[in-house]
Design a protein around this ligand. Sequence first.
Ligand code: GN1
Ligand code: MG
Length: 367
Amino acid sequence: MHIAEIVKHFKFEGGYAGADQLASGHINDTYVVVFVGAGGQKRRYILQRINRNVFKDPGLLMDNIVRVTRHLQKRIVENGGDPARETMNVIPTRGGNSYHRTGTGDCWRAYDFVEGARSYQKVEDPLQFYHAGRAVGRFQMLLDDFPAGTLHETIPGFHDTPGRLNVLFQAVEKNSAGRADLVVAEIDFVKKRAADTKVLVDLLAEGKLPLRVIHNDTKFNNVLIDDETGEGICLVDLDTVMPGLSLYDFGDAIRYGSSTAAEDEPDLSRVKMDMVLYEQFCRGYLQETAHFLTPLEIEYLPFSARLITLECGIRFLTDYIEGDLYFKTQRKDQNLDRARTQFKLVSDMENNMKRMQAIVEKYSDAG
Ligand code: GN1
Ligand code: MG
């Protein structure tokens, strides 16, 4: 595939001057493409190939993204913000579509590149995580009047945790890569927590928790941080924007950002739940959301971090057992390492539950 060919299909300004591939995502292929205008000025864009193994219907996915980013633009303008910077903006194709399909069926889409900002793989300073909390909270706040039920469920059952557990059990049963015997302890860890997997889906089914528009992938490296102010500008990676629970976004952000180590750290003695980071995220998140979240949503925030971390561990473990078919891997046992870090964090959170609850109470009272 030639990037120089793909870029011709998009409404980019200037002449194509090159592309760099970004290596961080587990799912799509991402490039930064550079264009140069007549006066020599550079303009950058994000170009991505959508992973068709994960996203079966790119049209529905892009429809979600276009509608949500339009809504964000409107609300940002109403609030006196800068819509070119505080949300991702889709660049259409020359034919006016939100994505380009090649002759071989690959699907590509493009965004404006937000200059003067970057994302980080790891939190470098607790204040950064406070700003990430504000960015995640603001995303939910700006979408609180969007009719969540009208969005497409592009990955059905994305946070159906009991469903994810069943898929794990099926993978163990099938043992297609012959790895199930290597992870008996991990499977046992999950089995002991099977009851937890039902808690939030049951509350949703009973109508006790509201369905909202959520991002579904609030890892710290999906928050753009302003180079000058250090503030969280906006969330990137909007592929999984779908209807869901606010709790999932909070939980996923804590899962990834509050860990003292990388998601795939092989040395578990380095993996811990950092309570200082947890507190900073809560402070930022609740500053933006305490006024509209329901009391039950607030009550379940600490639990959601534990649950989403367990769920992500279940997904990594399943993929390991199935022979690494879903998440990109760069080395042997990477998915197993990922699963193990998640389970270590779950244990840590279980031991810290009381403190995690007290911190949420502290910042929601002020809200
Ligand atoms: C995947 O796209 P990326 O790499 O940020 C995954 C998330 C997981 C995450 C774990 C569509 O996210 O659900 O939480 O990896 N995305 C999808 O790092 O499955
Ligand atoms: Mg993603």
